[in-house]
Design a protein around this ligand. Sequence first.
Ligand code: UT7
Length: 324
Amino acid sequence: MPTYSSVITGTGHHLPKRVIANSYFEDKLDTSDEWIITRTGIKQRYFADHEETTSTLGIEAAKKAISDSGVALSDIDLILVATSTPDLTFPSVATQIQAGLGIEKGCAFDIQAVCAGFVFAVANANALIKAGEATKALVIGTETFSRILDQKDRSTCILFGDGAGAIVLEKTEVVDDGKQAGILATDLNSNGRYRELLYVDGGVSSTQTTGYLRMQGREVFRHAVNKLVSSSERVMNKANLDTIDWAVPHQANFRIIQQTSQRLNLDKDKVILTLDKLGNTSAASIPISLSITNQEGKFKPGDIILSHAIGGGFCWGSFVFRWQ
Ligand code: UT7
């Protein structure tokens, strides 16, 4: 009996038009370009204009990923969207993107695991493909975090940006040659005990407002490094790997990435950094970074790539895959 896995065959990303440099905040708040760069590594981010929404950014990223993969739109039978900033309470962003692409078959739904959302979406798409429920999936991370930022809170509003990234995941037969391209292992975790360290203070059922993001940054930082390291070690063990060619981590803070990479003994030249130009785009940060790195031609066939992320909840996890 053949067994199946899924392989990434295309990537794409799309960013809003409006670039927001650190100086934008210097004019409004008691902060500085120097503080933001030294403490976070962020130099600029993108904020969506009124006509740009989570679904419109996602549609553009999806189109580019589909074109990169060469898959026919009519063959896509699963759309998973990781987001915490949907256009509407319902229907899902995934069904809005499905309609925007003119797809009418298969299923489409959203996954909400905040900044870890894309990791959760990849693991779920891979599991559905392995179970025989889908053959060609679009997995998208798309966010407009600028809409939930308290622009008077200097400890959070300087961190986040908007954008969308997408991949195409295709069913592939597992060959037992030690060089299997595709998703090799996934690791997902949540612990709601930490929900008050990073949350949004509004919502449909509680306040009937959208609310603003609230975070105890220093505490989140401490948990982030430990949890990203342990998840990455678990996923590498599951895949029987002891080295990787590239790490494409969630982009929250340069110092988190640096400390995590050091603990995992990763060479800094192997760690992809995009947050200087993008800020933290939450669930979109990994797929945008994958797409940018792919466009730059850095990934070579057979390369082993590790991605990990942590976000509100907490939810955290990782996946490791071989580039085809
Ligand atoms: O993607 C989801 C997960 N999110 C994260 O992983 C974010 C994790 N946390 C972080 O990245 C960092 O904790 C921050 C960048 C949010 C903050 O950096 P920090 O080095 O942990 O700073 P801190 O919170 O300990 O604050 C140090 C000082 C404080 O002043 P006092 O109390 O020492 O006088 C803050 O009030 O820096 C102050 N501060 C600022 N100063 C200038 C906080 N924000 C700013 C600011 N500009 N924007």
